[in-house]
Design a protein around this ligand. Structure first.
Ligand code: PEP
Ligand code: MG
Length: 593
C-alpha cells in the first residue's frame, strides 16, 4: 500500500500522532460586488464597525497572550494594532468603497493583493515576510464583517495543527502545551517564530513541507516526526505501531536523559565541564534550566529587535536582560550584542540591500556605525548586570582595532552610568566571538584585550570553508570535521588556555556528540547549545574519560579528510566507548545480551 510520507525540516524533536486540524482560513473574494450609490454610507459604516471589532479582538488577544506567555509574546499584537490604525490603510479601504462603489470585501481583497505585490518586490527577506502581519490584520477585519464580536473559538481537543503558515500572532495564540500534539506547516524553517515557540513548549514540529496543507484533510490521522523531519498521512496500523514504539523510545530516552540535568557535569575522570544554553527568547529560559543548562552561553539579542515594529528602547532591553539574569541565577547570562545584517535585517532601519550581505555591514560593524543604538544596548546590559551575573559578547570581530574601539565605548558608557549614579557590575566580563578566520588566527592577540572568547563555529566554518551556511546546494561542503576546521578550532582553544581565559564553543559543533568529544579532547570545558541538546551532550561527556577524549582528538588531527575524521571518531566511540551514545537502560540491555 502506498503511504504518503512528506519530508520537511524537523525543527522541534519528538513524535506526535493524532487527528489533523486545519484552521479555517479567510479566502479573499475575487468578485467585485457593486453597490448602489446611496448604500455607500452604510458600507463605510460596516467597515468602521469591523475595524472597531478587530481592534477589540486584538486588545483582548494581546491581554490573553500577555497573561499566558509574558509581555514579549504579546508585542506582535501591538504591531497589529498599529497596522490597523494606519491612516493610509483605512483611507485606502474607504477610497475603494467610495470610488469603485464596491463592497468592503472587495476593498479588503484589493488591499491584500496590493500589499502582497508591494512586499514581494522588496529586496529584503525580512521585509518581504512582514506581509504576513498585514495579511493577518486584513483577514481579521474580513472575518469581523460577518461574525460579530465573539472571539474565534479555539479547538478544545488534542490535535495536530496543520497549516500553510502560522502568523506569529496565530502561533502565540494556537500553540498550547496541552492541546497541540504536533505542528506541520508548508512554510517556515528552524528560526521561524513557530519553530522557536514549538521548541520551547516541547511540541514536535516539522516545517517547510511545501504543500502539507493541501495533502491533509481536517480530521485525518497524521504522524509528526519532529526528530527526523517527516510527516506520515493516514498510516496503516503497522506503521502507526512502528511510530508508537518510536515515540515511546524517544520519550523514555528523553526522560532518562533529563535525569542528567541534576547530575554533576563531570567526565568519568572527574574533569568538570559546563553545558550552557543558546537562546533567542526569554521564554526559552525555563526549558533551558530544566534541561540542565548552567547558565546562558549565548543570548541572541537581535530577537529583541526582530519582534518589534519600532526600535527597542533602553527599558525594553533592560527588562529582557533583567528577566534573563534573574531566571538564570545563580549561573550567568552572556548577552551577545546585536548581530544584525547577513540573513537577518532590521525593519526599523532602512538598511540598504548589500550585494554580499554575509561580508557586509553586519554585527559589530553595524554597531560601530550606529553608535547610539550600540550605546543604548550596552547601557541596558550594564544596568541589568546589577541584577545578576552577566557577560557581554561582541560578534563578528575581525581585528584588534575593533576591540579597542569597543573597549573605549564600553568604558565611556560605564563613566556615564557612574555619573548618573546607576549601579552595575564593575567587573562585568567583555568577550568576543571568534567566527571570522582572521580572528581565529589572531586569537592570542585578541585574548590580551578581552576576558573571554566564544567560538561561533557556524560562521567560522562558513567563512573558513567558503560555504554559505544557509545554501542547501552546498550543505554537503559544510564540514565541521574538515581537518582545517578542527585544527583552527583547536588552536583557538589552546590560545585561550595558554592565556588562562575562558573559551566557549557556541556553534552547532558543541551540540553534536562526536564533535563535542573532540572539543573536550582539545581542552574545551564550556559547551553552549540549543537547550534540547544539553541532556544528550551532558550524558555523552559524563560517559567518557577526558584523557580518552584527548587521545581521540589527538589522533583525529593526523587524518586528511573530513570523512576520515568523522569515521575515526564515531567508530572509536561506538566500538570502545558505546556508553557515550547509549542511555542507562539501553546500556543495561546491551550488556545483558
Ligand atoms: C555561530 O556563528 O556559530 C553562532 C553561534 O552565531 P549565529 O549562529 O547566531 O550566527
Ligand atoms: Mg555567528
Amino acid at each position: 500500500m502506498d503511504i504518503t510520507r512528506l519530508r520537511g525540516i524537523g525543527v522541534s524533536p519528538g513524535i506526535a500522532m493524532g487527528k489533523a486540524l486545519l484552521p479555517k482560513r479567510v479566502i479573499f473574494t475575487s468578485r467585485k460586488e457593486i453597490i448602489p450609490e446611496d448604500r455607500i454610507p452604510d458600507e463605510l459604516k460596516r467597515l468602521r464597525q469591523a475595524l472597531d471589532r478587530t481592534r477589540d479582538d486584538l486588545i483582548r488577544v494581546k491581554e490573553g497572550v500577555r497573561e499566558k506567555m509574558g509581555p514579549d509574546s504579546s508585542l506582535i499584537f501591538e504591531a497589529h494594532l498599529l497596522i490597523l490604525e494606519d491612516p493610509s490603510l483605512v483611507g485606502g479601504l474607504e477610497a475603494v468603497i467610495r470610488d469603485e462603489k464596491a463592497r468592503t470585501e472587495w476593498a479588503l481583497s484589493k488591499a491584500n493583493a496590493r500589499y502582497e505585490q508591494l512586499f514581494a518586490s522588496l529586496p529584503d527577506d525580512y521585509f518581504r515576510q512582514r506581509i504576513s502581519d498585514v495579511a493577518d490584520v486584513l483577514k481579521r477585519v474580513y472575518r469581523n464583517l460577518e461574525t460579530g464580536p465573539e472571539p474565534e473559538a479555539l479547538p478544545q481537543t488534542p490535535h495536530v495543527l496543520i497549516a500553510h503558515d502560522l502568523l506569529p500572532s496565530e502561533a502565540a495564540l494556537r500553540l498550547s502545551k496541552q492541546l497541540t500534539l504536533g505542528v506541520a506547516l508548508d512554510m517556515g524553517g528552524r528560526t521561524s517564530h513557530t519553530a522557536i515557540l514549538a521548541r520551547s513548549l516541547g511540541i514536535p514540529a516539522v516545517l517547510g513541507l511545501h504543500d502539507i496543507s493541501h495533502q491533509v484533510r481536517d480530521g485525518e490521522f497524521v504522524v509528526v516526526d519532529g526528530t527526523d523531519g517527516e510527516i506520515i498521512i493516514d498510516p496503516p496500523p503497522a506503521v502507526r505501531r512502528e511510530f508508537q514504539a518510536k515515540k515511546e523510545k524517544y520519550e523514555n530516552y528523553g526522560r532518562e536523559l533529563r535525569k542528567t540535568a541534576k547530575l554533576k557535569s563531570e567526565t568519568l575522570d572527574r574533569v568538570r565541564f559546563t553545558p550552557q544554553a543558546n537562546i533567542e527568547l526569554p521564554e526559552e529560559l525555563d526549558l533551558a534550566m530544566a534541561m540542565g543548562a548552567e547558565g546562558v552561553g549565548l543570548f541572541r539579542s537581535e530577537f529583541i529587535y526582530l519582534r518589534r515594529e519600532t526600535l527597542p528602547t533602553e527599558e525594553d532591553h533592560y527588562d529582557t536582560y533583567v528577566r534573563l539574569a534573574r531566571g538564570a541565577n545563580p549561573h550567568g547570562v552572556t548577552i551577545r550584542t546585536l548581530d544584525i545584517g547577513g540573513e537577518k535585517s532590521l525593519p526599523q532601519l532602512n538598511i540598504e540591500k548589500e550585494p554580499n550581505p554575509a561580508l557586509g555591514l553586519r554585527a559589530v560593524r553595524f554597531s560601530l556605525r550606529n553608535r547610539d543604538l550600540f550605546r543604548t544596548q550596552l547601557r541596558a546590559i550594564l544596568r541589568a548586570s546589577a541584577a545578576g551575573r552577566m557577560r557581554v559578547l561582541v560578534p563578528m570581530i575581525t581585528e584588534v582595532d575593533e576591540v579597542l574601539e569597543i573597549k573605549d565605548l564600553f568604558e565611556d558608557v560605564k563613566r556615564e552610568l557612574r555619573r548618573k549614579g546607576e549601579a552595575f557590575d564593575e567587573q562585568i566580563p567583555l568577550g568576543v566571538m571568534i567566527e571570522v578566520p582572521a580572528a581565529a588566527a589572531l586569537a592570542d592577540v585578541l585574548l590580551k584585550e578581552v576576558d573571554f572568547v566564544s567560538i561561533g563555529t557556524n560562521d567560522l566554518i562558513q567563512y573558513y570553508l567558503a560555504v554559505d551556511r544557509a545554501n542547501e546546494f552546498v550543505t554537503y561542503l559544510f564540514k565541521p570535521f574538515h581537518p582545517a576546521v578542527i585544527r583552527l578550532v583547536r588552536s583557538v582553544i589552546q590560545a585561550a588556555r595558554r592565556a588562562d581565559k575562558d573559551v566557549v564553543v557556541c556553534g552547532e559543533m558543541a551540540a553534536d556528540t562526536p564533535s563535542a568529544i573532540v572539543l573536550l579532547g582539545f581542552g574545551l570545558r564550556t559547551f553552549s547549545m540549543n537547550p534540547i541538546f544539553i541532556p544528550r551532550i551532558k550524558k555523552a561527556l559524563r560517559s567518557i574519560e577526558c584523557s580518552t577524549a584527548e587521545k581521540i582528538a589527538e589522533e583525529s588531527l593526523k587524518l586528511r579528510t573530513a570523512r576520515e575524521v568523522e569515521e575515526y571518531v564515531t567508530e572509536e566511540i561506538l566500538l570502545h566507548h558505546p556508553q557515550v551514545f547509549l542511555t542507562g537502560q539501553a546500556l543495561e540491555a546491551a550488556t545483558k545480551k
